[in-house]
Design a protein around this ligand. Structure first.
Ligand code: NZQ
Ligand code: ZN
Length: 386
């Protein structure tokens, strides 16, 4: 097992009807900016619950943060923070609203002239304006981690940022919010969380027995609840397990003491930046090709995953490892998620070269758990994903 440090300061308030406890978590004298997305919270009753709980606080609102939170929109929110002397941010939404809020938390205290530098200079954010979240969509675990991904449409870029200053102070997780989530976003949530586990698990055996079993149990739980949640998102027990699995998939715990890959996400982010494909779907496009391309270095873990998560027993370890990739694809298909780029766009030719060139430009010369995946390899993997 590798050495590690673990500190996660986010307070989780989990369960039925917990949004009302929001009031207790906010500093008494806080001037709050309530941030939300395209308006789903106004249709499913979450907005009313939040407003009720905020009664007694000074609140300014900023709505309209789009999926794949857009830099230009966030700059407008930044202006509100400054003009209104906001002291606390409250994100009510999914990964996009929460990530946008993390960017604002960092940007509000940023000393430089161009906040985009936060996303390109690679310096971790150690301090931000405090913020809390009310999660409306299980998927990213942004509610309990310190990372964010921001999109800038004018230059077709989607870049990551983060650091120890960007953990939410608290996050309220009421599984009842799942009831109003459309099928497409439910499928995205399961797929994103499942791939988060794969990114931290599908490397090489590193003696992290417990971490491996945490990871396997999250995947098994997601496989178990996926059909239930797709059939009936109001199934509270399934929704609760879905929500907590998504949070644990990327709150830092399973990553500790083991190597991580993350190349699937790096390639996937480019597909969202270039074509606007939903984040989770880009992962389903890239992951199977990534595992086939890197089969030799990942086959031991692929076989372990095949046996323990999918219960495969037939054939050699190599057969099981190969079949495990097929099982993964079939799982995505069972959620109505397509796994080839050409099924999302007819304009895919040249994408592999473009992504590879972008990685060269950024100096991303060695991705993956061995830091050995070159831009030329990336080109081959993306081509295999057409
Ligand atoms: O905009 P609103 O009205 O909120 O509607 C959203 C949006 O249209 C809707 N929705 C959310 N909760 C709902 C609901 N509709 C009905 N009922 C509810 N209860 O769902 C749509 C998608 O929301 P979004 O927040 O974009 O989805 P998700 O949570 O999947 O977030 C995706 C973003 O997170 C980033 C992705 O790159 C992408 O930009 N990620 C963040 C990570 C992190 N911070 O750790 C890691 C991930 O790998 C990922 O990269
Ligand atoms: Zn993801």
């Amino acid at each position: 097992m590798l050495n590690f440090e673990l500190k996660n300061p986010t307070k989780i308030i989990f369960g039925k009807d917990q949004i009302k406890n929001l009031e207790k978590e906010l500093p008494k004298d806080a001037k709050v900016l309530l941030l939300y997305g395209g308006g789903s919270i106004k249709q499913n009753g979450i907005y009313e619950q939040v407003k009720k709980a905020l009664h007694g606080h000074e609140v300014v609102e900023f709505g309209g943060i789009p999926a794949n939170p857009e830099y230009a929109v966030l700059l407008e929110a930044l202006q509100v923070i400054k003009n209104e002397s906001i002291t606390f941010l409250l994100a009510v939404g999914g990964g996009s609203v929460i990530d946008g809020t993390k960017f604002l938390s960092a940007a509000a205290l940023f000393k430089g002239d161009t906040p985009w530098d936060i996303l390109t200079n690679g310096i971790p954010t150690t301090v931000g304006l405090p913020f809390g979240t009310v999660l409306t969509l299980p998927a990213t675990a942004s509610e309990m981690n310190s990372g964010a991904v921001i999109t800038r449409a004018e230059i077709q870029e989607k870049r990551a940022m983060g650091g120890p200053g960007l953990f939410p102070v608290f996050s309220i997780l009421d599984p009842q919010v799942v009831a109003s989530i459309p099928q497409r976003q439910l499928a995205n949530g399961v797929t994103d969380a499942f791939t988060h586990v794969l990114e931290q698990y599908m490397t090489y055996p590193a003696g992290g027995y417990l971490q491996d079993r945490f990871a396997e149990s999250i995947m098994q739980t997601l496989i178990e609840i996926a059909p239930r949640i797709m059939k009936n998102p109001a199934d509270y027990e399934a929704a609760a397990n879905f929500m907590w699995s998504c949070t644990l998939a990327l709150n830092g715990l399973i990553q500790k003491g083991v190597p991580g890959d993350w190349a699937v996400h790096m390639m996937g982010h480019e597909l969202t930046a270039l074509f606007g494909i939903d984040h989770a779907r880009t992962l389903a496009i890239v992951a199977p090709s990534h595992y086939r391309f890197n089969f030799e270095s990942k086959k031991e873990k692929l076989a372990q995953y095949g046996k323990r998560v999918w219960g495969l027993t037939e054939g050699t370890d190599e057969d099981i490892a190969k079949e495990a990739i097929v099982k993964t694809e079939e799982f995505f298909h069972s959620l109505d998620i397509k796994t080839a780029l050409s099924e999302y766009t007819s304009d895919y030719k040249g994408t592999a070269e473009k992504i590879s060139a972008r990685f060269i430009e950024r100096g991303w010369n060695g991705l993956g758990e061995h830091k050995s995946l070159t831009p030329a390899h990336v080109q081959e993997i993306v081509e295999m994903s057409y």
